[in-house]
Design a protein around this ligand. Structure first.
Ligand code: SF4
Ligand code: ZN
Length: 369
């Protein structure tokens, strides 16, 4: 799933799309593409009845078209595929490998995973990634929060509780992927964000009035924003989640579908439910929301954050310290609220390692979340 810097990975319970497509095809219907084989599904995106092979071909070709028309890669590049073991990144890894061979992209592909340190979730999903590594014969690099930050998500949740944990996780993951990519000298990272994820993010940013993120969130790729930031792209940006599930199902791909044990993230859940309801009435709603986001223009004179670099770690930041360093400082000082909400005026103090006042500490300590 993608992801604006502070956005998070969620696997909120979804309705299984498989049942509705099988029911739709109780009567034998010929594939509308080859007109030879029996259709096994109705495409959620186009409502065409297709056989398995024609569906695979249509799905892969659309991803290929996305890659070619947005010029996502250059021949000879090393591309890290953000792999969580979930359906999106597993389908992405599979399709990237197929297309790289079919169209001779000339890419060196590898899998890049982040171990957040969530017992009973990430340890299991990483086993799936390790199997994928064997199945797709791709090199795999795993970077862990524990080695990078000295904290696992299990330990973070113990300190911060279950309300803001995804803020920590989302911010740390973004930087962890960049760090892993740099260790491997990767030219680009591609992530499994699908059309539903992008549409959800557009809705969330509209609802929050976050104009800076709204402007960025529909971009299919990001240029390198500075030192330590590897360009990213989303080859599945126009692929419907339902079709990703169907593709994984009919290809019998090996993926992990359990949701994170720490996934409250209620706000994204509401945007997701709202979008699913819209999609049920009008399947093009997902694409319509993305197109609306893509075509928005921001009035001149609207104040945008100016990107600089973090005074501590050098990562991009519009403040004196990047979000990751602030969150980490909060954890290490036992002041978990430091990175939640706006405490920018304290960044300079932290950077200079000046002590906080008792009143400042009292406010930042409270774990009423
Ligand atoms: Fe995703 Fe779980 Fe991390 Fe939240 S805590 S961002 S749900 S992996
Ligand atoms: Zn930093």
């Amino acid at each position: 799933m993608m992801m604006s810097p502070a956005s998070t990975h969620t696997d909120i319970k979804r309705r299984s799309p498989l049942s509705e497509f099988r029911v739709a095809l109780k009567m034998p219907v010929l594939c509308s593409s080859c007109a030879e084989k029996r259709a096994v599904l109705k495409r959620p995106k186009t409502a065409h009845s297709l056989c398995k092979e024609c569906f695979f071909w249509a799905f892969e070709e659309e991803v290929h078209q996305t890659i070619v028309s947005a010029q996502l890669f250059k021949h000879g590049e090393t591309v890290g595929i953000g792999a969580s073991g979930g359906k999106d990144s597993t389908v992405l890894a599979h399709v990237m490998k197929v297309l790289n061979e079919r169209y001779n992209y000339g890419l060196k592909l590898l899998l890049l995973s982040v171990d957040e340190g969530i017992t009973g979730y990430r340890d299991d999903s990483l086993e799936t990634v390790k199997r994928n590594q064997q199945q797709y014969e791709l090199p795999l690099k795993i970077v862990s929060y524990e080695e990078l930050y000295g904290w696992t998500m299990d330990a973070i949740v113990k300190q911060v509780g279950l309300k803001n944990n995804c803020t920590f996780c989302g911010v740390f993951r973004r930087q962890a992927l960049d760090r892993g990519a740099m260790m491997l000298k990767v030219d680009k990272i591609c992530t499994g964000h699908n059309a539903d994820d992008v549409a959800e993010t557009v809705l969330m940013n509209v609802l929050r009035g976050d104009i800076a993120r709204l402007r960025r969130c529909t971009a299919i790729s990001t240029a390198s924003e500075g030192e330590g930031v590897v360009p990213r792209c989303k080859p599945l940006k126009y692929a419907y989640e339902k079709e990703i599930v169907l593709y994984a199902y009919f290809k019998k791909l090996d993926y992990f579908s359990t949701e994170c044990i720490y996934s409250p993230n209620a706000y994204r859940g509401h945007a997701r439910t709202f979008l699913k309801d819209l999609e049920a009435v009008r399947p093009s709603a997902i694409m319509d929301v993305i197109h609306s986001g893509e075509n928005l223009s921001v009035r001149e004179g609207v104040k945008m954050p100016v990107q600089g670099t973090c005074g501590r770690c050098g990562y991009i930041s519009s403040q004196a310290l990047c979000k990751s360093c602030v969150l980490l400082e909060g954890l290490n000082r036992g002041l978990p609220r430091l990175g939640i909400g706006k405490h920018h005026r304290l960044h300079e103090k932290i950077l200079l390692q000046q002590p906080l006042t008792q009143e400042e500490e009292r406010k930042l300590k409270a774990v009423d979340f």
